[in-house]
Write a protein that binds this ligand. Sequence first.
Ligand SMILES: Nc1ncnc2c1ncn2[C@@H]1O[C@H](COP(=O)(O)OP(=O)(O)O)[C@@H](O)[C@H]1O
Ligand SMILES: [Mg+2]
Length: 347
Amino acid sequence: MTEQGKINREGATPASLFERADAAFGLGPVRAVPKLPPVPEALRRTSAPQSPAQPPVEVAPVVAAPQPQPQAQVQPQAAPQPSEPAPQQPQQQTAVALQQPAAVAFCGPFAAIDRDHLRDGGLIVPEDPVTGLLEEFRIVKRELLADARASDTPLARRILVCSPHPGEGKTYCATNLAIALAAERGLEVLLVDADVVKPSVAQRLGIDVEQGLMDALADPAILPESLVIQTDIDGLFVLPAGTATSLDAEYLASARTGEVLDRLTMGAPNRILIFDTPPALAASPAAELAAHVGQALLVVRADETSRAALEDAQQLLSACGDIKLLLNAARYSPSGRRFGTYGPKGK
Ligand SMILES: Nc1ncnc2c1ncn2[C@@H]1O[C@H](COP(=O)(O)OP(=O)(O)O)[C@@H](O)[C@H]1O
Ligand SMILES: [Mg+2]
């Protein structure tokens, strides 16, 4: 299915950290972030990979393939046009700031996050001593933040976390990244569960949720900020996936998606949106959302993700002009998807 020729290998713009990771993994001109530490041998997956016929990723040069006019390519019909404020010119900052709409305040229900639940799930616990895991995600967030702040478009503050297949660590990385980012002083981080098929962000954080993204997309009368859960982790907010329907794909492809996301980000330069998504090769949301974000983090498992799958996923995400690779070295037990399994054994 994948042809190498489909991917534009020109136009990658490596950053320093990514270049170092590329060199370590022989990725060539890919933008990649360092691999995450693997889980212990006892938790390692024993069954064959999902696509045994495909060779493990050798992670040969795969290019981010930024496309200059992303939205027209992925959603020619919906063609959501972010209506966020125009980029500020340095000499006009004061005047433009006065014209900017005020940011909407997140005003959904409050949820306390059980730190033991985070710990048992192998997630970053804000108050705990610094761990290797936190250090890894600090490096990742620095790269993402640097690009978000360097860009003159608010789109760069929306970051999609995706991967070709299930179980490659999208939710794990999106959640840890959101927690790590929330520790930044003055930053508001909204973790959006866009995996409407198998939502798991709320479960992973141990919070009960009802309505969310899909409800706001389906009903224009619903203010999305009223569904954003405020947490007791300073700076961390969560927009659950919400109520699934048979029209989810159509809702995500509609112009309403752009409106909702604009509303959540407008006038808030210190707000970052992280989207957890379903597998790019299994469902359409990641490709749809790629047109609404400025950065995409493509999670790959260095031991299992095939190059063909990686290239297919890249192509599906090509509406996003900045795709970065995150090499997740973690392996998991198929029977250990419950978070408790990653408790004491996982440390
Ligand atoms: N780097 C890692 N270290 C420890 N556990 C991980 C890591 N990456 C993924 N996992 C675990 O692997 C399982 C699958 O990850 P998940 O994030 O749910 O995958 P996806 O969202 O891509 O389907 C989860 O139980 C998760 O906690
Ligand atoms: Mg997931």
